[in-house]
Design a protein. Sequence first.
Length: 151
Amino acid sequence: MKQVSSIYKIEAQVIHKSNKLSKWIKGELKIVDEAWLKDLNTRNLALEGEDSSKWDCATVSVSSSVLNKLSKEEQTKFEITKFKRATNEIEHWARVEEICDFFGIEDPDLAGDIYIRRFKDLTFEDAFKWKDLEDINDDVPEGFGVKVDWH
């Protein structure tokens, strides 16, 4: 059953990337769906005394250019994060590659800040909406600047 779920996720990602690329070519990409964002925020309100930093469903990471696509109010819901230091050379180069892929760059010195927000209730559809905000350029048409980690 878990294998079927994984296949479904991969198939959904392929379809999503294909649709996103088609919209980019046609110049139809939206900045942000405010109605969806309002619903997402409603589903992820912290209850009194609840610490949102302990939520563990999913974490959305965005670059500063993606963060700037959001309203100032939404931007305040993200916190800046620091890169973890590598403990050995292999880990260092893997981290450099990951950073370059995230920012759509070749030189890690050009990397900017990464902002994160934790969610207690995030769906696959929500993840695709976040991925719709990715930056796109000629070198990286599949998009960069957004990462969703499921816990």
